[in-house]
Design a protein around this ligand. Structure first.
Ligand SMILES: Cc1cc2nc3c(=O)[nH]c(=O)nc-3n(C[C@H](O)[C@H](O)[C@H](O)COP(=O)(O)O)c2cc1C
Length: 346
């Protein structure tokens, strides 16, 4: 029988697909189109010389994008995870699974996560839990999928938007303990509300392996939770809250932190990936867009989408005079007035 927790997983999948970048969602801050790439001097170059590899989490990622955490914990999600992992395996991408807390409580759900390791045996896989989980749970989640890294989500906005969500957030000391004791690199991540400079500085001081800024204008959990809450019992309106992904990346520059940044939130084209890398992200990841292609089209359509990105990336890097992903952070750029205004106010 499906549990409440499993039902929530299924509702997230269907609502995230149905309302992916819905016109009615509030737009929070400037998006990727607020950054333009300025042509630089000609260089002796060839597309074949470009290296798309990026170093993060103690590994070399062949591509600076991966499939971000979405699901697991229900029978519908087993199929989605299986399909995503097969596409990740065929395209050489890393992949994160959705929160594993349901499988820590109900062992019958473990399979919905393990299928990812089965289908992507050599892949770089990222486990996922909330920031309140003790180190024992973190280790169990890592072991469940033989993970290479773990993400801990700091999703205050999502929890408050959920009628049944947490209302106690004693996270900071626990994050410090988990980072100190985890057997694999730890990422701290937002899920779509972004991060400002003070939060980034605070999290960076905990010395995680990376911080995922998880900015707005992609999957919008405030809207998703509102649509799940059919009785509309939660009066919270979060529309003024949050930063877009590009704003969060500028906040990262301003904060001048040492932690490598991962950009997630509304990334749906290879151009968005390039812009995020120009703004200093070490790598990027996408959830909603990949899910949308998978669910409304097919696994082979998602594979094609990713191979298109893989073909375009070295060409775009050549255009921008970047031989490596790190070179992209030097590309001259122009900010639209609203983004420049944000930058000035920081
Ligand atoms: C259906 C769905 C379920 C998600 N579940 C999780 C989760 O369990 N844990 C987590 O850290 N993030 C979760 N996310 C958030 C994504 O990992 C990502 O941070 C967020 O969706 C922003 O990226 P996007 O705009 O590319 O979707 C989920 C996203 C979607 C679409």
């Amino acid at each position: 029988m499906a549990t409440t927790h499993s039902n929530r997983k299924n509702e997230h999948l269907s609502l995230a697909t149905k309302f992916w970048r819905d016109q009615e969602n509030p737009v929070i801050g400037p998006g990727f189109d607020a950054v333009r790439w300025v042509p630089g001097p000609l260089k002796n170059s060839a597309v074949a010389d470009v290296q798309t590899t990026t170093q993060i989490l103690g590994a070399d990622f062949t591509w600076p994008f991966y499939i971000e955490a979405m699901t697991g914990g229900s029978s519908a999600s087993t199929k989605v995870n299986a399909d995503l992992a097969t596409v990740a395996q065929k395209t050489g991408l890393a992949m994160a699974v959705g929160s594993q807390s349901v499988a820590l409580k109900d062992s019958s759900q473990v399979e919905s996560y393990r299928v990812v390791r089965q289908n992507h045996p050599e892949g770089f896989l990222i486990a996922n839990l909330g920031a309140d989980h003790p180190i024992q749970n973190v280790q169990a989640a890592i072991d469940m999928i033989d993970a290479n890294a773990i993400e801990l989500h700091v999703n205050l906005g999502q929890e408050l938007a959920m009628a049944e969500g947490d209302r106690r957030f004693y996270w900071i000391d626990n994050l410090a303990t988990v980072i100190a004791k985890s057997s694999v690199p730890v990422i701290i991540k937002e899920v779509g509300f972004g991060m400002g400079p003070d939060l980034l500085k605070q999290l960076s001081a905990l010395k995680p392996a990376a911080i995922n800024v998880g900015g707005a204008n992609g999957t919008n959990f405030a809207q998703i939770e509102q649509r799940r809450d059919r009785q509309n019992e939660n009066p919270l309106d979060l529309s003024p809250f949050g930063l877009s992904t590009v704003e969060s990346l500028l906040a990262g520059q301003k904060a001048a932190i040492n932690s490598p940044l991962i950009a997630t939130g509304g990334i749906q084209t290879i151009n968005d990936v390039v812009t995020a890398l120009i703004l200093g992200a070490k790598t990027t990841s996408s959830a909603g867009h990949f899910l949308q292609v998978l669910m409304t089209e097919s696994p082979s359509a998602l594979q094609k989408e990713i191979t298109n990105w893989q073909q375009a990336l070295p060409e775009l890097m050549t255009l921008l005079g970047a031989k490596t992903v790190a070179d992209l952070s030097q590309v001259p750029r122009l900010y639209r007035a609203d983004l420049q205004n944000f930058s000035d106010q920081l």
